[in-house]
Write a protein that binds this ligand. Structure first.
Ligand SMILES: [Cu+2]
Length: 116
């Protein structure tokens, strides 16, 4: 019986690994820059987490560079110490990540995530 349970557990753990799990990107915000846990991901499901490590609130917009339609995804304004996330699909290309709070992008809160 115990062995059967172990076999069942094995398949329960192994099965989800076959499906493409969403790729995660952690974006840490300080004044005034974003630091990415990785600079490229594969196209498909993704979870982009925004963690505010500084002293001011920030938000995060994702905009595909050169896209005909304004494909914008966003994480709402988040307070210091907070974490928020966006889940969705990232298509192949260069995605600009920036903070839309006035003056923050110009101050340096802009980076690029490559989806390839
Ligand atoms: Cu900001």
């Amino acid at each position: 019986m115990r062995r059967l349970a172990l076999v069942a557990l094995f398949f329960a753990l192994a099965a989800p690994a076959q499906a493409a799990a969403p790729q995660r990107v952690l974006v840490e915000a300080t004044e005034f820059r974003f630091t990415l846990s990785r600079t490229s991901v594969k196209p498909g499901s993704a979870i982009v987490q925004l963690a505010i490590r500084g002293e001011d609130p920030h938000d995060l917009k994702l905009r595909k560079v050169g896209a005909a339609r304004a494909s914008i995804a966003s994480v709402p304004e988040t307070l210091p110490g907070g974490v928020a996330e966006w889940r969705g699909k990232l298509t192949k290309g260069r995605w600009e990540l920036y903070c839309s709070i006035e003056g923050h992008k110009a101050a340096g809160m802009r980076t690029v995530l490559n989806v390839k």
